[in-house]
Design a protein around this ligand. Structure first.
Ligand code: ADP
Length: 483
């Protein structure tokens, strides 16, 4: 298929290794999930290529870290500008390889760029400390220094933003970066690299390694001693493997892993606002985000009314190719994703759940699934214990505030949680008792560059975005000086 781009050079199929565009000796195809058509054959690099990229990143980092923060800031701001100038093309590439509606894809480009911009600005505010000494002749000074070479592994659901959230603070702090995008969505990452090069990111400071060998590349990033930090977004299962692999030389780790977000609606909530929030929290990216509302708990006094409103709004969504005007729900990423969603729905229905709207594959075929609302969902159904990663909203009724909190916390995960209520005591109680890294209160959208994104329990380690996100790429060094 041909993609109509204003700047066709943004569609790169070579990998970006240490500042050179390399073809590799093999390729792998990238397919459009809406049509099944091939978009490109992309360089399939090897673990040995990764080792080369790491060597180059190691050497380049010596020079990059010694630039002033103002100089690094200028390069990153230029990169941000170029990303925004090319938002339409980058959005089109993203929709083509990942499937999300074009408006959402362009939104992701702006969201991703906002992390490059935020961390460009933060580069100049990496302050240390001077601490009163413990003895009369001692001075204690704390400085922060970039960790070194950073390895990154990212998933397909946000092919731009997941990388931007990592590469922004890495480069701003003076680290270099070797990233492996998901094999399903390497084109957005390569387009970012085209613009990074134009913005003046020095050779070697950034590599984008496209490869179908996730395990081999992952192992090299985890075990190469020149890599001092690994940052990963993906499943808890793979996070566990990477954590083990990184234990050999005690690499620093940031892990953004699976979620199973609860969305609670209490009796005193503004129901229309709650429905609006649920639509965003549930159906963004066709339900394929780790912060998507996966379990919707509604207090008994408003359960029937909420379910009716949510089902009506859901029935109004348009399913289709993300490139088409007015589409809200694109295809699921692949057949395995589709089968999981279908399995969760049929398991729930076989155990007594009622389908209020949707419930099956779309007539469009492919990996399209109808946006679905299920009522009378109960404990023991797979849909409550596993991440569905699709456009299905399961509603569970609860009685008291305490019951709602207990149900919400009944999971090994702790990434995002959302709730709608108006009573101020309920709001504080629920906000404090929910076991999750992020809580949306009367809102269904919490992600932004200014705030710390991350999870607790099996949802991960570390934070992305905000001043805390910068610390993940810095080491603290304490200088004790006798005078
Ligand atoms: P998702 O469900 O989002 O695909 P995964 O954890 O399976 O989550 O994948 C996230 C990223 O990790 C993808 O880029 C994938 O290719 C990569 N990956 C999967 N398995 C491994 C592994 N054993 N080592 C390194 N990377 C891996």
């Amino acid at each position: 298929m041909t993609l109509e781009l204003k700047d066709p050079t943004l569609l790169q199929s070579h990998a970006f290794l240490g500042g050179e565009w390399v073809a590799g000796s093999r390729t792998f195809p990238v397919l459009n999930p809406a049509t099944g058509e091939k978009i490109a054959d992309v360089a399939d690099l090897t673990p040995q290529d990764v080792a080369t990229a790491i060597d180059l990143a190691y050497d380049a980092q010596r020079e990059w870290r010694n630039r002033t923060a103002k100089e690094r800031c200028a390069v990153l701001l230029k990169w941000n500008d170029l990303l925004m100038e090319n938002q339409d093309d980058l959005g089109a590439i993203l929709t083509a390889e990942m499937g999300k509606p074009l408006a959402e894809a362009k939104g992701e480009i702006a969201y991703g760029a906002s992390f490059i911009q935020w961390f460009a600005e933060e580069a100049r505010r990496v302050y240390g400390d001077v601490i009163p000494g413990h003895q009369a002749d001692k001075r204690i000074v704390v400085i922060k220094q970039p960790i070194g070479v950073v390895g990154s592994i990212t998933p397909w659901n946000f092919p731009n933003a997941m990388i931007a959230r990592k590469v922004g603070p890495a480069l701003a702090s003076g680290c270099s970066f070797v990233g492996r995008p998901a094999e399903k969505t390497p084109l957005s990452a390569l387009a970012m690299a085209v613009l990074a090069e134009r913005a003046g990111v020095p050779k070697g400071v950034l590599s984008i390694i496209t490869s179908s060998d996730s395990k081999g590349v992952g192992l090299e990033l985890c075990t190469n001693p020149k890599v001092r930090k690994l940052t990963f977004t993906g499943s808890t299962e793979v996070g566990r493997i990477l954590m083990k692999q990184c234990s050999h030389d005690i690499k620093k780790l940031s892990l953004e892993l699976g979620g199973n977000a609860p969305f609670l609606v209490f009796n005193d909530a503004d129901l229309d606002a709650a429905v609006e929030g649920a639509m965003i929290a549930k159906y963004r990216n066709s339900g394929q985000t780790c912060v998507c509302a996966n379990r919707i708990y509604v207090q008994s006094g408003v359960a029937a009314a909420f379910a009716e409103k949510l089902a009506a709004a859901t029935a109004g969504l348009t399913v289709g190719n993300g490139m088409d005007q007015g589409v809200n729900i694109g295809p699921l990423i692949d057949t395995a994703g589709l089968q999981k969603v279908e399995d969760h729905v049929s398991d729930a229905v076989s155990k007594g759940a009622r389908v209020l709207t949707g419930g099956k594959r779309s007539d469009l075929g492919g990996t399209f699934f109808q946006p679905t609302v299920l009522m009378d969902v109960a404990r023991g159904m797979k849909i409550l214990s596993e991440e569905t990663f699709g456009p299905v909203a399961p509603i569970i009724t609860f009685e008291t505030v305490e019951d709602g909190i207990a149900l919400a916390n009944d999971t090994e995960f702790g990434l995002a949680a959302y709730f709608y209520a108006r009573d101020i005591s309920t709001i504080w109680k629920v906000a404090e008792e929910l076991e999750s890294g992020m809580v949306g209160i009367n809102t269904g959208l919490v992600s932004t560059a200014e705030a710390p994104f991350g999870g607790i329990k099996s949802s991960g380690l570390g934070r992305e975005g905000s001043k805390y996100g910068m610390d993940e790429f810095l080491e603290i060094k304490y200088l004790c000086m006798a005078v």
